[in-house]
Design a binder for this molecule. Structure first.
Ligand SMILES: NC(=O)c1ccc[n+]([C@@H]2O[C@H](COP(=O)([O-])OP(=O)(O)OC[C@H]3O[C@@H](n4cnc5c(N)ncnc54)[C@H](OP(=O)(O)O)[C@@H]3O)[C@@H](O)[C@H]2O)c1
Length: 294
């Protein structure tokens, strides 16, 4: 199958480019298709002549989106709407990726969210992603809309960060760190998600899915696990979200119930700790080469 990957340089785009190898892949970056160029999207997509599209591109700057919600809305909602319309017109499946940040308004929540739960985003980013989900589900019958959480993975872009890289960079020049301990989530290794996408597209079970690694943690406990596995001695103190004020509000609890995906694929994704170890192992193997980083 000829698969067009949008956002191919990002974390999930890089993983999909390496995992979906049984297919003919067309890997597009923003230079090939900018999702803000709304009038051009369908014409440009036609040039790739895809049989399936995986959209890994997104406006992911959660805090900055509070200052430029319009841009986030165009990239995360209006652009994907055009892509979904293209897929519907050409009768091809569309994989679109969304986020746990469509939840958060239920402040007392302590049970993982299923696909049936009503979303309630707290941020401009979350709202833009939720709007994108609705557009894609509405425009394209053959959609896989996949919500994930806390992605980490290698990218082709130098200096592109994720939580693991941020922690390791901070630990390189600080003796003590504070990390938020009241946001419950599931860090997810981009390669594991890409593998799940690879299996899902072999089915015709279209719909909305939750897809994260297995298990739960907080950013504080995730940081401790990173330092333990990297054998880094550093003092890490837990703090609250209120003590670490940021422009965008984050959910206090955004665990996703992945039971639907598990039943379709016959297995859940691995534990997040396994994802972390695989990422650290890969990171250890790869020194930067020709501008490529991990
Ligand atoms: N990262 C997370 O923790 C997380 C958590 C939950 C859900 N998600 C979702 O998972 C998906 C993949 O995330 P990721 O972490 O792989 O993202 P990423 O590493 O930030 O990659 C996103 C890609 O989108 C591209 N992009 C940005 N604006 C664009 C535009 N206007 N037109 C075309 N491409 C554009 C970026 O290109 P440039 O590099 O050129 O800007 C980048 O390569 C996204 O839908 C995201 O919302 C991510």
């Amino acid at each position: 199958m000829r698969i067009l990957i949008l956002g191919a340089n990002g974390q999930l785009g890089t993983a999909c480019s390496q995992v979906l190898t049984g297919h003919e892949l067309v890997q597009w970056t923003r230079a090939d298709l900018d999702l803000v160029q709304l009038p051009d999207i369908e014409t440009t997509l036609a040039e790739a002549d895809p049989e399936l599209i995986v959209n890994c591109a997104a406006y992911n700057l959660v805090d900055k989106a509070e200052q430029e919600p319009g841009r986030a809305y165009v990239v995360n909602a209006l652009g994907p709407r055009r892509v979904a319309f293209f897929c519907q017109t050409h009768d091809i499946p569309f994989v679109h990726v969304s986020t746990d940040y469509v939840f958060g308004m239920e402040i007392d929540r302590s049970i993982p969210f299923s696909e049936e739960d009503k979303p309630g985003p707290l941020s401009a980013y979350g709202m833009s992603k939720l709007a994108g989900e609705y557009f894609v589900r509405n425009e394209c019958d053959r959609h896989f809309v996949i919500r994930t959480c806390g992605l980490f993975g290698p990218t082709r872009l130098e200096g592109k960060g994720n939580f693991v890289e941020t922690m390791l960079e901070l630990a390189a020049d600080q003796k003590a760190l504070t990390v938020v301990n009241d946001q419950h989530c599931t860090p997810t290794y981009a390669f594991h998600l890409a593998e799940a996408i690879g299996k899902l597209i072999e089915t015709e079970n279209y719909g909305l899915y939750h897809a994260t690694n297995h298990g739960a943690t907080t950013w504080y406990d995730f940081a401790l696990e990173i330092f333990k596995r990297m054998q880094i001695e550093i003092e890490v103190k837990p703090i609250t979200s209120a003590q670490f004020a940021r422009p965008a509000k984050r959910p206090g609890y955004s665990l996703l119930d992945c039971g639907k995906l598990t039943s379709v694929l016959g297995a859940s994704l691995p534990d997040w700790q396994q994802g972390l170890q695989e990422y650290l192992d890969l990171r250890a193997q790869h020194a930067p080469v020709n501008g490529e980083t991990i």
